[in-house]
Design a binder for this molecule. Structure first.
Ligand code: FAD
Ligand code: SF4
Ligand code: SF4
Length: 397
């Protein structure tokens, strides 16, 4: 961004004295911004004919918003598979595209990933933009940013959705900055603003105390990252097909400044909450860190992941990567066990899209029972071992 003087300048000189850094000089009766400019913006308001503007504003003026169309979803591929969140976003992207009367496209970047296009069509897209190259076999900030920016410059999408994953959070803001637009990070809801027809991006703000809805009126594309498991993955329809648009990669190996040496797994299946079909979560009712062993044993038997309430995380019983809720992860498993968790609204915000909720709590009045499908009133140190044994027997038979 820079400060510019437009041809409307009448040479009055007002801005020269307004600049606290002496960064404006008069040349040929026109104001000229010098190198000392810190972009503080103090001069912008002082010009009587609005001849001083920020560069960003010129982009706003020049941008032809009508030239941008269609909804895109970044299809994140890890070890040859599409991430759940990308498929979830196709379901939501389909709704946005239908409301806007536009097409839905998936963006597939990688090496030997064309086969995955079938899944992208089955989940609702009618177009796949495919960029394949050996240099793109693994995610890299440089390679994927350059590739995505190139696609945007050629095809001009109106909306781009990315998963709020490690890669999505890395890629989204870089791409947004390169193409001169904004990005709403970590959304928990999407919609269309009735008054403007723009995408309404909703996300927690001020530490989760309020929900903010953000619009992107002046720039294109409208971009956002969305938390995994906020939306349901659409039922695949493998009869659906679509158009694959192959775009040649412009990325050379020398453009990528990082080199992948090794993949070290710090997160085992037990903390892969976003992809888990079963989650067993523990709260303050566990009483102490050691009692998480009851949670872990049940999760092990069911092949599930281990979750925790914020109270359990704040107590230091589990790392934050296990936290479920408004300021933790949003999950949507088939079965969610809430053990010794009261059911505070901030916890429910992260797990209420679970298919089946089973609550175990010694207090029959605990709010969690109001939303649970099944409830067991009892001490979890007694109930959990009985459940674990019962599931072991079922599995063995
Ligand atoms: P408690 O509310 O203390 O509940 C413990 C439960 O265990 C009780 O219902 C009790 O009856 C039961 N119990 C006790 N002993 C036993 C036993 N032996 N057997 C069976 N049951 C037993 N919370 C989150 O979880 N995730 C978030 O992301 C999150 N974000 C937040 C963001 C903000 C801005 C704020 C203000 C709060 C947030 N919270 C979040 C905190 C939330 O409000 C609650 O304080 C928290 O969820 C409570 O955790 P809990 O249910 O484990 O503990
Ligand atoms: Fe001076 Fe600030 Fe204007 Fe730059 S933006 S010319 S530093 S007043
Ligand atoms: Fe030109 Fe505006 Fe500066 Fe006057 S205040 S010299 S019109 S830029």
């Amino acid at each position: 961004m820079a400060i510019l003087v437009t041809k409307e300048c009448i040479g009055c000189g007002t801005c020269v004295s307004a600049c606290p850094f002496g960064a404006i000089e008069m040349m040929d009766d026109k104001a000229s911004i010098m190198e000392a400019c810190t972009q503080c913006g103090a001069c912008v308001e002082t010009c009587p004919v609005e001849a001083i503007i920020r560069e960003e504003e010129t982009k706003t003026i020049l941008i032809d918003k009508a030239a941008f169309k269609d909804v895109w979803v970044y299809m994140e591929v890890v070890e040859g598979k599409l991430k759940n969140v990308s498929l979830e976003l196709l379901g939501e992207g389909r709704k946005l595209a239908d409301t806007m009367g536009q097409k839905l496209a998936g963006v597939l970047i990688g090496s030997k990933v064309e086969e995955l296009a079938k899944e992208v069509f089955a989940a609702g897209a009618e177009i796949v933009y495919l960029v394949e190259a050996p240099e793109l076999a693994n995610y890299s900030t440089d390679g994927y940013t350059a590739t995505f920016v190139n696609l945007i410059n050629i095809y001009k999408p109106s909306v781009i959705l990315l998963g709020a994953t490690n890669d999505g959070r890395d890629l989204g803001p870089r791409v947004a900055c390169r193409v001169g637009t904004g990005l709403t990070a970590d959304c928990t809801d999407l919609g269309i603003d009735k008054a403007t027809g723009l995408v309404a991006w909703t996300r927690p703000a001020f530490g989760g105390n309020i929900m903010a809805t953000i619009l992107c009126p002046d720039h294109r594309p409208q971009m956002g990252t969305v938390r995994p498991s906020v939306f349901k993955r659409p039922e695949p329809d493998y009869r659906r097909t679509g158009e694959i648009i192959k775009v040649a990669s412009k990325v050379k190996a020398s453009d990528i400044r990082t080199k992948l040496l090794d993949i070290v797994r710090v997160c085992t299946a037990s903390c892969n909450l976003e992809e888990a079909a079963v989650i067993v979560s523990g709260g303050r009712g566990l009483g102490k860190a050691e009692n998480f062993c009851y949670i872990e044993e049940l999760a092990n038997v069911l092949g599930g992941s281990v979750g925790a309430s914020r109270a359990a995380v704040d107590a230091g019983w589990k790392p934050h990567m296990h936290q479920v809720g408004q300021t933790g992860k949003t999950v949507g498993p088939k079965i969610y066990f809430a053990c010794g968790i009261s059911g505070a609204i901030q916890h429910l915000a992260g797990m209420s899209s679970s298919d089946i909720v089973i609550a175990i709590n010694k207090d029959p009045e605990a709010p969690i029972f109001k939303m649970a499908d099944y409830g067991i009133v009892g001490d979890l140190t007694e109930v959990l071992p009985i459940l674990t044994e019962a599931f072991k027997k079922v599995k063995a038979s």
